[in-house]
Design a protein. Sequence first.
Length: 365
Amino acid sequence: MKSISIIFLFYFLFPAFILGQKFELYDFFEYQPSLQLEVDKVFNSLNDTLKVGQLIVPAVGRLGKTDQHVIDLCEKGKIGGVLLLNGTVESFTNYVSLFDSICSANGYLPPIYSADAEPTLIKYKIKGSTPVPKTNKIKSIEKVEQVAQIISDELNKIGITQNFAPVIDASPNEVVSNRSFGLNMDTVISFSNKFIEVTQSNGIVATAKHFPGHGYVSGDTHKKLVYIDGEMKEVVNYNPVIDNNVISVMVAHIAVKNNDQYGTNDMPATCSRKIVTDLLKDSLNFRGLVITDAMNMGGVVNVPSCGLKAVQAGCDVLLMPVNEEKDIDDILSTMNENVAFKLQVYSSVKKVIRLKICLGLIETE
């Protein structure tokens, strides 16, 4: 009888080791030795090229790279995710099936599929999706919940597991405008947090953007580098969403000037270690996934070796690099020269692997 009780207690206390453990998205920030063991197991199975490939997210669709280009990256294992950019529900569903099958056939990790599924943008980005009000037309927390659920249902049907939303900027900037929940920052924060909660409860990564704040700048980072002059007024918006366990933050191609502590010397925030590491990671204690805004945008594309510089700054993932293989080669070369940088890259790779396990994309034993 005593031995039976001991066996029962062992099963009760250590189910992960006896039966195998399925991890959920909310496990991402939790201390779980069994999860870390799984991450290390996957990490150790990859060579350095495949590891760095996990940091690369090209886009496919009407505004992305050609199908063949992304297929080639999948066949080489030089890809960690795919942004599905401006297409239809049907075409995106087909892309997920195609790229998954290629990665699986070659023994590579499956990609994380993402979309710009903000309430304002989803009807343009994913044609055929269920209509929802624009972000600035949502006026109650109940409506936020309803809209976030509709969007999450659409993404789950396709196989998209990361949403580059919500926008937690204020609305004065002409590019942000109707993509924001408004000017009242208490409303912006409470609505954003509800959007994050609903999104992540549906097994989809939410992404707060555009750090360190796009609402009070003048200009469009799609076209050129724009500046925060002096105080970064919107950084405080990130404390409550980080406390609410948002898993991802997107960094914008915005420079900071006339700021003694965080001035970027005419470099975009994406390429500034002061902004990404010192401010976001260290000061705000963000431990999630840091992703760049699209690296083909005017605000960053003219910076030499901008992909390498963004990773050196502390970004974990490069979105829409102009030349994915060059960025991978630059990162690998610098890793061979700098042990500290190599360990930093490894940390980013392990974050991506951990997220894939928590999303259920990688099976665990």
